[in-house]
Design a protein around this ligand. Structure first.
Ligand SMILES: [Zn+2]
Ligand SMILES: [Zn+2]
Length: 242
């Protein structure tokens, strides 16, 4: 974190010399913003109708609560997984640059999107005892230099005063999930996580956080471990939904 602070000091110094510009198009913007007004309009919120369990948007007109076919055909351990934004276009690009391009300052923008998920009616009335980031395998974390979910969890913790605790650890180095279908993902993730030694989630209302929700398999596996360890409830929030 020391390196990160130095980096931000350097950035602050640089922004005195150069005015801030939109991350996407390079137009001049106000300080402490990341996107210009025009790019901001291309960041799309997920709007109803969507699956009550996993937030998968549904094209067409359905009124009232419903679950998608994927949720109907698997055991869901989380109470709800909420994403506020579509992980397309600009959102996808920003998350990608944050995660793989080492553009760590973008975590503030991604954390704003994550924070927006808490306004969803499935989460906004709830009280959470702990924020739990989805863990990376130690080898992957060394390669990347940070855990994006961990950084987002810390920012969310500062904003909400809910403590963030990395109670889960990833014990299997899994290959990338991208090329796998849903059942292969589940198989690939089985026993990939466990509760850290001396961690105790018994009776707690847990908010699990990650950057992106894709099929929900990772969140579901984490939720399974947390529930098995005695968590009272597990809700998940992500910045975007692929
Ligand atoms: Zn722009
Ligand atoms: Zn669903």
């Amino acid at each position: 974190m020391i390196a990160l602070q130095k980096f931000e000091l350097l950035q602050a110094a640089v922004s005195l010399l150069y005015p801030p510009v939109c991350t996407i198009c390079g137009r001049t913007i106000r300080a402490n913003e990341y996107l210009c007004g025009q790019c901001e309009t291309k960041v799309t919120r997920i709007v109803a109708p969507f699956c009550q369990k996993c937030s998968e948007p549904f094209e067409g007109s359905i009124t009232g609560a419903f679950s998608c076919a994927n949720c109907a055909h698997r055991t869901i351990y989380f109470d709800a997984a909420v994403a506020a934004y579509r992980g397309r276009g600009i959102v996808r690009q920003i998350v990608h640059e944050f995660k793989y391009g080492r553009q760590l300052h973008l975590r503030h923008l991604v954390a704003c999107w994550l924070r927006a998920a808490l306004d969803d009616e499935r989460l906004c009335g709830l009280r959470f005892d702990v924020i739990v980031p989805v863990p990376l395998h130690p080898t992957r974390q060394r390669e990347r230099g940070f855990n994006q979910a961990g950084l987002l969890g810390e920012l969310l913790s500062t904003q909400t005063s809910i403590p963030a605790k990395p109670v889960l650890e990833r014990i299997r180095y899994t290959t990338t999930q991208t090329a796998l279908d849903r059942s292969e993902r589940m198989e690939n993730l089985h026993n990939a996580f466990r509760l850290r030694k001396n961690a105790d989630v018994r009776g707690l209302q847990v908010l699990l956080v990650d950057d992106v929700l894709t099929t929900g398999s990772t969140l579901n596996e984490c939720a399974r471990i947390l529930k098995r360890a005695g968590a009272f409830s597990v809700h998940a929030a992500t910045a975007a939904r692929a």
